[in-house]
Design a protein around this ligand. Structure first.
Ligand code: SAH
Length: 277
């Protein structure tokens, strides 16, 4: 598969990222000065080198840390196997600042800059599992074509790429769009396209979408999302609900007759804003 040159742009400001694991940092190496000191037993030098290595170079690369997170998600009631498998494969610590890497596998949201956050794994898992219950996903066993609003650092887009035939993710904050592009540079799983723009408008050129998922919540559902959702498809998005006194998670199914809505509990996402910055 040919790769676009670094920084290559696609029409309509669309960056087509062929699917890798997020860029690998060079392996951490033991400091040679310790290994060369003859008066210290080699075992001590190796132990000290291990202590010096930043946490990102050690346990976080191991599949076991993700397997533990997956077990916690399962214990919390996430039973959707494809979603759990995707969580086991994507290295969340590579999508956050290295100073926060040690917290990457805790069930917590983390700052990603520009006042935004990467959502909590359990909330992301719940939303993806809800998508898998749509009529289209039940028929196909996969998510088909997905529109994601709010790329952020690109973590959820990476998860989606393992579950969908194609992912188009929109971000309105340019530096975050660029960061996600960097995180997903060379990503070789599936088809992920990143767009810099106002996600409230959806992305008509690639519509209809089998599934739409938003990581930011507004006061009302943008009409473009409803129009760009395929029949049999499902949309999952946070939305402000005056009666509930906060945000709720909205699930919309599009049928041949129209749109059917459910509200499935309180959530807390960053606001859906208009325009680009
Ligand atoms: N899925 C992301 C979560 C990012 S938080 C992840 O895995 O990291 C939500 C994101 O939505 C923020 O980056 C915010 O800038 C973005 N956002 C808010 N309003 C938006 C809009 N109208 N269009 C596109 N992105 C929007």
């Amino acid at each position: 598969m040919s790769r676009p040159p670094r920084g290559a742009r696609f029409p309509l400001g669309l960056d087509h990222v062929h699917g890798t694991a997020a860029p690998r940092r060079p392996a951490e190496r033991a400091e040679p000065r310790d290994l060369l000191r003859p008066q210290r037993p080699l075992a001590h030098a190796a132990r000290d080198a291990a202590r010096q290595a930043p946490p990102a170079g050690l346990g976080l690369d191991s599949a076991a840390v993700r397997a533990r997170m997956v077990e916690r998600l399962r214990a919390e009631g996430i039973g959707c196997e494809p979603v759990l498998q995707a969580f086991g494969r994507v290295e969340r610590h590579r999508f956050v600042d290295s100073a926060l890497a040690t917290q990457a596998y805790e069930d917590t949201s983390l700052p990603i800059g520009h006042g935004q956050t990467i959502s909590k794994p359990s909330v992301v898992a719940r939303m993806l599992a809800l998508l898998f219950e749509s009529e289209r996903a039940r028929a196909a066993g996969a998510l088909g074509r997905v529109l994601e609003i709010g790329t952020g650092c690109g973590y959820q887009a990476a998860l989606l790429s393992l579950l969908a035939r194609g992912v188009l993710s929109i971000e309105r904050v340019q530096p975050l769009h660029d960061k996600a592009r960097l995180h997903l540079h060379g990503w070789r799983q599936g088809d992920v396209r990143l767009v810099y723009g106002d996600g409230r408008l959806g992305h008509a050129p690639w519509a209809p979408y089998d599934h739409i998922v938003a990581a930011a919540g507004g006061d009302a559902l943008p009409p473009a999302w409803l129009e760009q959702l395929a029949i049999g498809g499902r949309l999952v998005a946070p939305m402000q609900d005056a009666r509930a006194g906060g945000q709720v998670l909205l699930v919309i199914d599009r049928t041949a007759d129209g749109w059917r809505e459910q509200r499935v509990g309180a959530v807390h996402f960053v606001p859906l804003k208009s325009g680009r910055e």
